[in-house]
Write a protein that binds this ligand. Structure first.
Ligand SMILES: *[C@@H]1O[C@H](CO)[C@@H](O)[C@H](O)[C@H]1NC(C)=O
Ligand SMILES: *[C@@H]1O[C@H](CO)[C@@H](O)[C@H](O)[C@H]1NC(C)=O
Ligand SMILES: *[C@@H]1O[C@H](CO)[C@@H](O)[C@H](O)[C@H]1NC(C)=O
Ligand SMILES: *[C@@H]1O[C@H](CO)[C@@H](O)[C@H](O)[C@H]1NC(C)=O
Ligand SMILES: *[C@@H]1O[C@H](CO)[C@@H](O)[C@H](O)[C@H]1NC(C)=O
Ligand SMILES: *[C@@H]1O[C@H](CO)[C@@H](O)[C@H](O)[C@H]1NC(C)=O
Length: 456
C-alpha cells in the first residue's frame, strides 16, 4: 500500500536504534517491553510530580491530557502485564468522571470542548476494550463511554451546515463558530468502537451518519482522502483550515477500521481506511526514511505546543488498534510503528537516567525538550509495537472477562445516561449565563491554547 519502501531503510534505522540509550531490538518482544517499562516509569514520575494535586488532572489548563496518559497506560498494562501503575490510573480515571458520570466534571464543564470530553470517552472505551480492572462501586467502563457518547451526540447541530458537531460546547467560547475534525472525528471513532463493543445498531448508524456528513465538508475529502482541521458555520462549512495533524487522521481512520470490522469488511470502510492510510504517509516523510512518524506541521519549525506533542502518541495507539481490527493493514502498519519506535528511542538520552525523550523522532538525539508529553508519546509508540506479538482480541461486551458485570451495568447505563444527558443540558443552560462572568480568565486562556491547537 505504501509505495517506495525499501528494506535498506529499515536496516539503517535498526542500526541507529541499537546505538540508543535505551536498548531496543524492535523484533524482540521482551526488549520492547523493557524499553516501554523504562519510559512508562519516567512518564508516571512526571505525573506524580505534577503541580496539580487532583487525581487525573495532569495540568489544570489541559483537561484532556489525563485521558491520553491513561489510555496509553491502560494499553501498556494490557500488552506488558505490568500492573504497577494501575492504581494511579484507576484513581484518575474515576476521579474526573463528574457528577453525571460523563466526564464533564463541574470544575471544568464551563469551558471544555466536545473534543476534550470525547477523549475521555475514548479512554473509557480503551479501559473496556482491554478489560481494565473495574470497581464494583463504580459504573462500568463501557457505561462511562456510553454516557460520554450520549452527552456529546445530543449536541449534534442541524442548524448550521446541515449537521455536525461544533468544536466548542458553549457559545461564549472562541471556536464555537467552527466545526472541527477533532470533535466530529472523535464522535465518529467513539461511535465505531461502541458499535464494535456493544453490537448496538444505534452506534453503527451514527458512525455512518457522522462519516457521511463529514464527507459533505472539507473535514473529510473522500476524493483526495484529505482531512481539514476546521471549517466554519458562517461559511456553511465550505471553507477550510488546512493544517495537517496526525490526530485528526487517527480519529477518522480508526473509526473506519472498526466499522470495517463491525460490517465484516464492507467496501465503503475498507476504501476509506485504505485511502486515509495512503494519505497518512505524509506523516512519515521520505527524507527521514518514510518510516519515522513526524508531526510535520510543527516539528521542523520547533513550534509544537503541549497538545500537539501528544498527537503522535494517540496516532500510534490508533494505528495499533487498526492493525488489530483490520488485519490486512497489519504489515504496513507494523513497518511504520517499528521505524517510529526506533527513531523515538534514539532520542531518549536525556536526564540523569537516560530516560527522557524528545519531540522530534527523526533527529536521533535528545533535544532538551523533556516533559510528560514527550514521555507519553514515546511510551505509546513502544507499547503499540507489542500488538505484533499479542494476538489477543480486544474485548467486546460479550467477551469481556467481566461480562456479567459490564452487561448488567450497561443495561442500566442506558437509563442513567439519558437521565444524565437531560440533567446536564438543564444545568448547562444555567451555567451558560454564569459561566460568561465567572470563568472569564479560564475561557480566555483556553481559547488561546485551543487557538494554537487548531489554527496554530
Ligand atoms: C474540583 O475542585 C475541588 C476543589 O479544588 C477539588 O477538591 C476536586 O478534586 C476537583 N475535582 C475535579 C474532578 O477536578
Ligand atoms: C468485575 O466486576 C465486579 C463488579 O463490578 C468487580 O467487583 C470486580 O472488581 C471486577 N473485576 C475486574 C477484574 O475488573
Ligand atoms: C443502544 O444505544 C443507545 C444509545 O446509548 C441506547 O439509547 C439504546 O437503548 C441502546 N439499545 C440497546 C438495545 O441497548
Ligand atoms: C449548505 O451546504 C449544503 C451542502 O453541504 C447545502 O445542501 C445547503 O443548501 C447549504 N445551505 C445554505 C444555507 O447555503
Ligand atoms: C492507496 O494507494 C495504493 C498504492 O498507491 C493504491 O493502489 C490504492 O488504490 C490507494 N487506495 C485508495 C483507496 O486510494
Ligand atoms: C475483526 O477483528 C478480528 C480481531 O479483533 C479479526 O480476527 C477479524 O479478522 C477482523 N475482521 C475483518 C473483516 O478483518
Amino acid at each position: 500500500m505504501f509505495g517506495g519502501i525499501s528494506k535498506t531503510t529499515l536496516a539503517v534505522t535498526l542500526l541507529a536504534g541499537s546505538a540508543a540509550a535505551i536498548d531496543l531490538d524492535i523484533k524482540d518482544e521482551q526488549s520492547i517491553k523493557d524499553a516501554a517499562k523504562t519510559i512508562a516509569s519516567s512518564t508516571m514520575n512526571f505525573y506524580s510530580d505534577r503541580d496539580s494535586d487532583i487525581p487525573g488532572i495532569v495540568s489544570s489548563s489541559m483537561f484532556w491530557e489525563g485521558s491520553v496518559l491513561f489510555s496509553v497506560m491502560m494499553r501498556y498494562w494490557a500488552l506488558t502485564g505490568d500492573d504497577s501503575h494501575n492504581d494511579a490510573v484507576s484513581e484518575g480515571m474515576y476521579w474526573v468522571r463528574g457528577d453525571n458520570d460523563d466526564y464533564m466534571p463541574a470544575n471544568y464543564s464551563s469551558y471544555l470542548g466536545n473534543d476534550d470530553q470525547l477523549n475521555w470517552g475514548l479512554a473509557a472505551m480503551m479501559a473496556a476494550e482491554v478489560d481494565f480492572p473495574q470497581k464494583s462501586s463504580m459504573p462500568s467502563w463501557a457505561t462511562l463511554a456510553e454516557n460520554v457518547w450520549n452527552s456529546v451526540s445530543s449536541r449534534w447541530d442541524d442548524d448550521s451546515c446541515d449537521g455536525g458537531l461544533r468544536w466548542q460546547i458553549w457559545a461564549y467560547q472562541s471556536g464555537y463558530g467552527y466545526k472541527n475534525a477533532a470533535s466530529n472525528g472523535g464522535l465518529f471513532e467513539l461511535s465505531a468502537r461502541l458499535a464494535h463493543y456493544t453490537k448496538n445498531q444505534t452506534y453503527s448508524d451514527w458512525a455512518e451518519k457522522i462519516w457521511d456528513w463529514s464527507a459533505t465538508t472539507p473535514l473529510l475529502k473522500e476524493k483526495k482522502w484529505n482531512i481539514a482541521d476546521t471549517t466554519s458555520c458562517e461559511k456553511n462549512c465550505s471553507d477550510h483550515g488546512d493544517y495537517q495533524w496526525t490526530f485528526n487522521y487517527g480519529l477518522y481512520m480508526s473509526g473506519a477500521a472498526y466499522m470495517y470490522n463491525v460490517t465484516e469488511g464492507e467496501s465503503k470502510w475498507r476504501t476509506g481506511l485504505s485511502g486515509l492510510l495512503n494519505t497518512s504517509q505524509q506523516f512519515f516523510p521520505k527524507k527521514y526514511g518514510s518510516d519515522i512518524m513526524s508531526e510535520f506541521t510543527c516539528e521542523p519549525i520547533k513550534k509544537c505546543d503541549r497538545n500537539q506533542i501528544l498527537f503522535k502518541g494517540l496516532f500510534a495507539q490508533e494505528l495499533s488498534l487498526i492493525a488489530q481490527v483490520a488485519p490486512y493493514t497489519e504489515s504496513d502498519i507494523m513497518y511504520l510503528l517499528q521505524g517510529s519506535a526506533l527513531g523515538a528511542a534514539a532520542t531518549c538520552t536525556g536526564g540523569k537516567k537516560n530516560d527522557l525523550c524528545s519531540t522530534a523522532w527523526y533527529k536521533d538525539e535528545y533535544d532538551g525538550s523533556d516533559s510528560i508529553e514527550q514521555q507519553i508519546s514515546v511510551t505509546s509508540v513502544l507499547v503499540s509495537n507489542l500488538v505484533a506479538f499479542d494476538k489477543e482480541n480486544l474485548a467486546t461486551q460479550s467477551t469481556a472477562k467481566n461480562s456479567s458485570a459490564s452487561g448488567t451495568t450497561t443495561g442500566s447505563a442506558s437509563a442513567t445516561s439519558s437521565e444524565s444527558t437531560s440533567t446536564e443540558t438543564g444545568a448547562g443552560d444555567k451555567d451558560n449565563g454564569a459561566g460568561v462572568v465567572s470563568s472569564g480568565p479560564i475561557v480566555l486562556i483556553t481559547a488561546m491554547l485551543m487557538g494554537v491547537l487548531s489554527f496554530f
